[in-house]
Ligand binder design. Sequence first.
Ligand SMILES: Nc1ncnc2c1ncn2[C@@H]1O[C@H](COP(=O)(O)OP(=O)(O)O)[C@@H](O)[C@H]1O
Ligand SMILES: [Mg+2]
Length: 365
Amino acid sequence: MAQPLLKIENLRTYFYAHSKQAFVRSVDGVSLEVGQRETVGVVGESGSGKSITAMSVMGLISGGPGVIGGSIHYASDKVQKNLLEGLENYVQLEEGNGRVLTVKKDESGWQKASEKLMAGMRGKEIAMIFQNPRASLNPYITVGEQITEAVRLHSGISAVKEARERAIHWLERVKIDSPRLRYNSYPSGMSGGMCQRAMIAMALSSEPSLLIADEPTTGLDATIQSKIVDLLQELKNETGISTLLISHDISVITRLSDRVAVLYGGAVVEYGPASQLLDAQAGFKHPYTAALLASVPNQQKIRARANLQAIEGEVPDTINTPPGCRFYARCNQITPEIRDKCAAIHPELKDVAPGHQVRCWRFIN
Ligand SMILES: Nc1ncnc2c1ncn2[C@@H]1O[C@H](COP(=O)(O)OP(=O)(O)O)[C@@H](O)[C@H]1O
Ligand SMILES: [Mg+2]
């Protein structure tokens, strides 16, 4: 198999929560891959570590200690490297009783080394789009000029006229009406959906190898959401760009992903082909994935006004990790045979089918 474009291994990103005087493990051993031309969906409820995973890849974590270990191998036509190469040397960690006790990090050493590794990556090799696109755009510069600037900065086109034509080309490709007129619009004069189209145009205009889309449709009206998903689908088919798609909304993940990683409490609990993982009837499934799938509204549930929040309990505390499975307290699929193991030992990710892994004692002999 060809080398994946992005291969995250055992990524750990921690923060010190002053209010609790303790370290939270927002990302705690995430491993996942994005292959060439592939869209990998990352799904999980709010607080599961999705955005922090993405920001760690971009080298954009603010707040300490931040990324403390793991590797992020990146391999496009132009760049092959581990974006965290050698950085573990700047960190010392002391753990005990399921808690992180101290983290010593040489922040300036880390920062310098990280910036060196990230040089030429952000915006050029890896582009990112976010929730709330209007806030990501500069309110004082027309969208056309912002895209032109991105083209000049990243795509090697320095002539203004040519860069302008490229920008208009990208406004056309994201299906903004009258792109030549819209070129001169300010973000405040555009709808949320149109701002997201402009953001997507700006991200793609530098022809990156990887697009990270973090909740690209969250916060938009339902009909606009659906149109943005349609657009991402079309661009995926046309450009074949590899995408790491993050969403708490499993219906968005379902429409776009080739493979899916389910995140729970800062770790991947299930990873596999979208067709298998998202099939509610398929045999192998993490109980958390099953609960996420059961929470998707359908006509019947809406009519019955059923409670859509099918998963009871709270997102786990990542300060004190209990020794057993992190989903133990919320799991409704524990059987007497496995109960002791679920309570006492954290399960490994285990192959349940080719390319499909689940972190659950039900599938470990
Ligand atoms: N700077 C920070 N300081 C402390 N905790 C943080 C910080 N940033 C994020 N967190 C915590 O990390 C967890 C994961 O956050 P995030 O990746 O944003 O979740 P989501 O899956 O919703 O995108 C959350 O519990 C969040 O409160
Ligand atoms: Mg998020």
